[in-house]
Write a protein that binds this ligand. Structure first.
Ligand SMILES: Cc1cc2nc3c(=O)[nH]c(=O)nc-3n(C[C@H](O)[C@H](O)[C@H](O)COP(=O)(O)O)c2cc1C
Length: 209
């Protein structure tokens, strides 16, 4: 095997983060990050993200939640565009080291939440999204299930050369179809999330070959 080929098999995230080289397939740091796209307390998005995490675990995928509610307040200083606070580093590292991103977004005023756009703007460019597999789940009180939010996000991630998984999940009428504690009224929603999780993990594997 030539040296170029060997380099192609190593984890890019480790190189970018200055960590020792590791083969992509053996990398245990790289996992699917499920981004909860709002910082609203007790959000339905966080409950759907919990269900989504369960779906990935049920198929044996490495995944965890990345909640925007946990962002350090120091990231909101105007100086953060120029100099990122140390407390933000773990968030950026997790995105850059991820094998894929699942963005769970609510619909706020016909779009996705401002905090999610701000998070995107704070992440390292271009390595955060360049060629990174991404998939989307939308949640809304209204009948369109955050389709607008997801499609606007697809534009941004397309602009940033992410690999967008085409199968999206939309959850409309969330207060009708979700129990207050977090379970779905209709099992079909859970099976759609599982179907997406199954397809997305195969998509990630196919891109890594
Ligand atoms: C600031 C704000 C704006 C909202 N705008 C919309 C909207 O445009 N369309 C809609 O269907 N629901 C809208 N909602 C309702 C959310 O879709 C609903 O709260 C849903 O539970 C998802 O948001 P959550 O994850 O914060 O719970 C809005 C909610 C908030 C807090």
């Amino acid at each position: 095997m030539g040296s170029d080929e060997a380099e192609g098999n190593t984890c890019d995230a480790h190189r970018i983060l200055g960590l020792p080289d590791v083969e992509k397939r053996l990398c245990h740091l790289c996992m699917i990050e499920i981004i909860v796209g709002t910082n609203r307390p007790e959000s339905c998005s966080s409950k759907v993200a919990d269900k989504t995490l369960g779906a990935y675990k049920s198929i044996g995928a490495e995944a965890r939640l990345l909640s925007l509610a946990e962002l350090p307040t120091s990231i909101f200083a105007p100086t953060a565009y120029e100099t990122k606070p140390d407390a933000f580093t773990p968030f950026a590292e997790r995105v850059v080291a991820s094998s894929g991103l699942v963005v769970v977004t609510p619909e706020y005023n016909g779009s996705f939440p401002g905090i999610l756009k701000y998070f995107i703007d704070m992440l390292p460019f271009p390595e955060s999204f360049e060629h990174r597999p991404v998939c989307f789940i939308g949640i809304a009180a209204g009948q369109w299930g955050a389709m607008r939010s997801v499609e606007q996000l697809q534009q941004i991630f397309g602009y940033r050369n992410a690999h967008i998984f085409p199968e999206r999940v939309f959850i409309p009428g969330v207060y009708k179809y979700m129990h207050k504690q977090g379970g779905f009224v209709d099992d079909k929603l859970e099976s759609r999330i599982k179907h997406q999780a199954d397809g997305f993990t195969k998509f990630i594997d196919a891109l890594q070959v």
